[in-house]
Design a protein around this ligand. Structure first.
Ligand SMILES: C[S@@+](CC[C@H](N)C(=O)[O-])C[C@H]1O[C@@H](n2cnc3c(N)ncnc32)[C@H](O)[C@@H]1O
Length: 483
C-alpha cells in the first residue's frame, strides 16, 4: 500500500486513515515494569531467526516484545504491530461487495498482513453507534469486537484492513495480540496467498437483527447471509442446524421432551422464510427468499427488513451485553488463545437467550437435570437409595462451590475486563478450572451411581465409596429394574 495513500484520491467514501488504534475516551495504557514480558532470545548474527523468531516465548504467546527491554534490540522481529510491518496490499473494486483488499505480493501461511485499526470504544458506545449507522442507512459494517468490553470501530477512522471482505472459505484470519499491554487485532494469512488474490476472513458476524446482507463470497460452503451462523440470525429465522443439514422451522425434528414447557407464543409477525435445503440448492433458496420476504434493493445487495419494530433483546454471549433487535451486525474476533490466557465466566446457558417464537422445542431444551429423590425411590435397595442421594449431595456441593468461587473471582475478572484484557491471571484461572472439573466429576459420579445401580443392583450399592470407574466388569451383566 502506498504510504501516501489518500482515501479520497482513490475515489473511496471518506474515512480517516489511521495506523494506530484511537482510544476513544481513554488513554493508551501505561505498561508497568513488572508487567513487561521478557523473552529469552539473544541475537546471533549468523542466525537472524534467533532475534525473536517463531520460537520466541513472547511470540508464542501472541505478545510483542517491548522496545528497550528486548535483548535483541533493533534486530527483534517480534514488534510487527508496533513497526507496522505489513504485507503489500492493494485496494480494488469488487463485484457486488464494494471495495476489497488484495495481496500485492505472495504471502505465506501464518504471515502477519495488517492490523485492523479503528476507534476503540466501549460496548455501550458500540451499541449506540451501530444503531445510528443503521438509521443513517449505512449497509457496510466495520465494528468488530475486541474483547468482552471493547470494540474496534473502523467506520470513520481505520486502517486499510477495514476493506477486507468476508468469506465463508477464507484465506485470512484474525488474531488477537498483546502489544504494550493493549489487545490489538491483526489479519494473518491462513493459507499461502498468491499475489493478486483477494484477502478475506470469516467475519464470524454476530447478527442482532436489522438488515440481512446476502453473502457473495462464492464459496462452495457459503452460508448465504452474513451472520447466518450466529445464534441471533438462526433464532430469528428459525433455522436449526444439525451437521450439514439445515431445517426450516416446520421441518425441525422434534426433540423428544414431553415434559418441557412449550415456548411462549410468537412475539412478532413471522417472516415467511423458505429456507429448506439451503445447503444443497443455494440459488433456489435465494430466489425463494427473494420472493417471500420484503426486500429492499440496494443495487447489488438485498436486505430483509424486520417486519415490525418490536424491540426484542438478543444477548451477546461473550459480554453479557444486551443488544436490541434493531441493532445490526458486529464482527466477532475468535479468541486466538495463548498459553497465558483463559476465558472464564458463568456458563453460556446462564445468560439470557432470545425467546423462540414458535411452539417448538430447541435442541438444547431437551437437557434435563436429574433430581435424585424420584430416581432413588425407584430402587428397592436402601443402600442404592442412599448412595444416589449421597452422590447428589456431593454434586450439589461442587456446584455451589463453583458458584461461590465465581462470586469470589468476579472482581478480578472485572478488573481485567476494565483493563481491556480478556484474560485473568493464571492462578485464578487454575482455581476456576479445578472447580469446574470437580463439578463435572461430581455430576458424572452422580449419574454413574444411578446407572450402576440399574445395571447391577445386587452388588453396586454394597461397594461403599466405590470409584465409579472401578466396578468389576464380571458383575456388569444387565439386570432389569423390578420394582
Ligand atoms: C468491513 S466492510 C468491507 C469493505 C466494504 N466492501 C467496503 O467497500 O467498504 C464490511 C461490509 O462489506 C460488505 N461485504 C463484505 N463481505 C461481503 C460478502 N462476502 N458478501 C456481501 N457483502 C460483503 C458488507 O456490506 C459488509 O457489511
Amino acid at each position: 500500500m502506498n504510504p501516501n495513500f489518500e482515501p479520497e484520491s482513490e475515489g473511496l467514501p471518506p474515512f480517516v486513515l489511521i495506523r494506530q488504534n484511537d482510544f476513544w475516551g481513554r488513554k493508551h495504557k501505561k505498561l508497568k515494569e513488572e508487567d513487561i514480558a521478557n523473552c529469552e532470545c539473544k541475537y546471533d548474527p549468523c542466525n537472524p531467526e534467533s532475534a525473536c523468531g517463531e520460537s520466541c516465548l513472547n511470540a508464542l504467546t501472541n505478545t510483542e516484545c517491548t522496545p528497550g527491554y528486548c535483548r535483541c534490540d533493533q534486530h527483534c522481529k517480534n514488534q510487527k504491530f508496533q513497526k507496522c510491518e505489513y504485507a503489500k496490499t492493494k485496494l480494488f473494486k469488487t463485484e457486488g461487495r464494494g471495495w476489497g483488499l488484495q495481496a500485492d505480493q505472495n504471502i505465506k501461511a501464518g504471515e502477519f498482513i495488517i492490523e485492523y485499526c479503528g476507534e476503540v470504544i466501549s460496548s455501550e458506545v458500540a451499541k449506540r453507534r451501530s444503531h445510528a449507522y443503521e438509521a443513517q442507512g449505512l449497509k457496510d459494517a466495520y465494528i468488530i469486537s475486541l474483547n468482552s468490553n471493547y470494540y474496534i470501530d473502523a467506520t470513520k477512522k481505520g486502517s486499510i484492513a477495514r476493506f477486507i471482505n468476508h468469506s465463508c472459505e477464507p484465506n485470512c484470519e484474525t488474531r488477537k495480540w498483546t502489544v504494550l499491554g493493549e489487545t490489538r487485532v491483526g489479519i494473518f494469512a491462513k493459507t499461502d496467498i498468491a499475489v493478486g488474490t483477494e484477502l478475506a476472513y470469516d467475519y464470524n458476524f454476530e447478527w442482532y437483527g436489522g438488515v440481512t446482507v446476502r453473502c457473495l463470497c462464492g464459496a462452495a460452503n457459503c452460508s448465504l447471509f452474513l451472520g447466518a451462523k450466529s445464534q441471533g440470525f438462526q433464532d430469528y429465522y428459525h433455522v436449526w442446524e444439525d451437521g450439514d443439514e439445515r431445517y426450516t422451522v416446520e421441518n425441525i425434528p422434534l426433540y423428544d421432551s414431553a415434559e418441557d414447557e412449550p415456548f411462549p407464543k410468537p412475539a412478532f409477525t413471522e417472516v415467511p422464510v423458505k429456507y429448506e435445503s439451503l445447503a444443497n440448492d443455494p440459488a433456489a433458496a435465494q430466489n425463494s427468499l427473494a420472493s417471500d420476504v420484503k426486500l429492499e434493493q440496494d443495487v447489488t445487495r438485498k436486505s430483509v427488513e424486520n417486519e415490525n419494530n418490536q424491540e426484542m433483546e438478543f444477548s451477546v454471549e461473550e459480554s453479557g451485553q444486551v443488544f436490541p433487535q434493531t441493532n445490526a451486525m458486529i464482527s466477532r474476533i475468535r479468541s486466538n488463545s495463548t498459553y497465558r490466557n483463559y476465558n472464564i465466566g458463568p456458563s453460556p446457558s446462564s445468560k439470557k437467550r432470545p425467546q423462540h417464537t414458535v411452539n417448538q422445542k430447541s435442541k438444547t431444551s431437551g437437557r434435563k437435570y436429574v433430581s435424585s429423590k424420584p430416581v432413588a425411590e425407584l430402587f428397592a435397595s436402601k443402600q442404592a437409595q442412599e448412595e444416589i442421594r449421597r452422590y447428589e449431595e456431593l454434586k450439589n456441593k461442587a456446584v455451589s462451590e463453583l458458584n461461590s468461587l465465581y462470586d469470589e473471582i468476579r472482581p478480578a475478572i472485572e478488573e481485567h475486563e476494565r483493563d481491556s484484557q480478556d484474560s485473568v491471571s493464571t492462578s485464578v484461572a487454575e482455581k476456576w478450572i479445578q472447580a469446574t472439573c470437580s463439578k463435572w466429576k461430581a455430576e458424572f459420579d452422580f449419574s454413574f451411581s444411578i446407572i450402576k445401580n440399574v445395571m447391577c443392583p445386587s452388588n453396586a450399592a454394597s461397594q461403599e465409596g466405590v470409584n465409579p470407574s472401578s466396578v468389576d466388569d464380571a458383575h456388569n451383566e444387565i439386570k432389569y429394574l423390578t420394582n
